[in-house]
Design a protein around this ligand. Structure first.
Ligand SMILES: C[S@@+](CC[C@H](N)C(=O)[O-])C[C@H]1O[C@@H](n2cnc3c(N)ncnc32)[C@H](O)[C@@H]1O
Length: 245
């Protein structure tokens, strides 16, 4: 399994991106995720691919009594331990594909923009179901399948004579599998699955889908970054909220 966030060039590039105040996480993905969070008072949370741990701290502020943040990247967890420590948070350096080895169940399984790094989502969905308390919640975001689809990485906007984006071209949507592209460095590996594969894997594992969101920007976000209206042409993110039955 690739651990690209421990690559120094990738790590620095990603960190600079997240430090910009017009990044897509803060303008679009995080506001949409926050709206879908269940009540966390007295609850336990497992954050899959927790990165810098900022969400783990937020869960504690919302009343969670126990938060476990796991990440495959040592460098991301070093930042988490420095910036996002709390007595109620435990960070573990491990792959989320090994979650059953934690040997506990959690009221909320949360993941922000990490599931497109997982190869076998069917098996992973079953592992997630095994560590979610009955009646508990799974809430995750990932790159939208329209983004991950195109095999040669050449998905692109088409523009009118004035340079305005008017449509988006992608291909290979129904060819699930590995995708390799350049993002700060060459050969970054992600996995594409059509929407139907994602939802069916979750249902087979014992999750009931509660909400599916492909977020569009609120007015304040458009004021900050006018080009973000492109989300009305093609969504960047897919968000799923499901209940363990
Ligand atoms: C785009 S970052 C998002 C970080 C954090 N969730 C956030 O939203 O700020 C994706 C994270 O997933 C982690 N990751 C990727 N594959 C993983 C795996 N198999 N197990 C655990 N973490 C993984 C990466 O190391 C990285 O920290």
């Amino acid at each position: 399994m690739q651990n690209i966030f421990d690559n120094d060039v990738f790590f620095d590039g990603y960190k600079s991106l997240r430090e910009r105040d017009d990044n897509m996480n803060d303008l679009l993905e995080q506001p949409a995720m926050k709206k879908l969070l269940p009540d966390l008072v007295g609850k336990s949370v497992l954050d899959l691919g927790c990165g810098y741990g900022h969400n783990c701290v937020d869960f504690v502020k919302r009343g969670a009594t126990k938060v476990v943040g796991i990440d495959i990247s040592k460098k991301m967890l070093e930042v988490a331990k420095e910036e996002s420590s709390d007595a109620k948070i435990e960070y573990k350096n491990m792959s989320m594909t090994d979650i059953e080895s934690i040997g506990e169940t959690f009221d909320l399984l949360y993941s922000s923009l990490a599931f497109h790094y997982i190869d076998d989502f069917k098996t992973f969905a079953k592992a997630m179901a095994n560590v979610t308390t009955k009646g508990g919640t799974l809430l995750f975001s990932q790159e939208h399948p329209i983004i991950t689809a195109t095999v040669d990485g050449n998905g692109h906007f088409n523009r009118d004579e004035n340079g305005n984006r008017i449509s988006y071209t992608f291909s290979d949507y129904n060819r699930a599998g590995k995708r390799t592209s350049r993002w700060f460095v060459d050969d970054v590996v992600k996995y594409h699955r059509p929407f139907g594969h994602i939802i069916t894997a979750l249902a087979d594992a014992g999750f009931m889908i509660e909400e599916v969101v492909e977020p569009v920007p609120e007015n304040w976000a458009v004021e900050k970054l006018p080009t973000i209206v492109k989300e009305y042409i093609k969504p960047n993110f897919l968000i799923v909220k499901a209940k363990k039955i």
